[in-house]
Design a protein around this ligand. Structure first.
Ligand code: NI
Length: 172
């Protein structure tokens, strides 16, 4: 089932993700819904708080076009180590049509639980490393607008407020 993606400045995006403790049927359905919602958007990552679910859970698929999918589930993720920094143009499904250059670690080592609750560790760089950090932020209620300079922040905030007002008027 495709879930509704919350858009900034929806306050629910600020709710932190609480630990996932139950990997049962309800959780499996949630993961399936998040995959469906992410692919339909389309996006390369989606965090549970973006669909109004306050769990420490995100999904990503950073496979390049015309390559097999690389769907990954991260429950209760912990970033263990980072190296170097890189500036990357990022988008976010909660900020439609916005793109901002954001500085992140170039390389990360992360541990998390997969959809069956098994812990795994991943060392990665490139788009997947960026996506992991971006989605990890969502679980702390942190958004890309929090990582840009004051002028860009004001512009993006205004743009998103306008968009929200227009949508409310249109009854969307
Ligand atoms: Ni995002």
């Amino acid at each position: 089932m495709i879930r509704t993606i919350l858009h900034y400045p929806d306050k629910r995006l600020r709710n932190p993700g609480l630990p996932v403790t139950d990997f049962g049927a309800e959780f499996q359905a949630l993961v399936d819904d998040m995959a469906e919602t992410m692919y339909e958007a389309p996006g390369v990552g989606l965090a549970a708080p973006q669909i109004g679910v306050s769990l420490a859970l995100f999904v990503v698929d950073c496979a390049e076009a015309e390559t097999p999918s690389d769907f990954r589930v991260f429950a209760n993720p912990v970033i263990l180590q980072t190296r170097e920094t890189v500036s990357w143009p990022e988008g976010c499904l909660s900020f439609p049509n916005a793109q901002e250059d954001i500085e992140r670690a170039k390389w990360v080592k992360v541990k998390a639980q997969d959809r069956n609750g098994n812990w795994f560790e991943l060392e990665t760089e490139g788009l997947l490393a960026i996506a992991v950090q971006h989605e990890f932020d969502h679980l702390q209620g942190k958004l890309m607008i929090d990582r840009i300079g004051p002028l860009k922040k004001r512009l993006l905030h205004r743009k998103m407020e306008k968009r929200a007002t227009a949508q409310a008027r249109a009854g969307a």
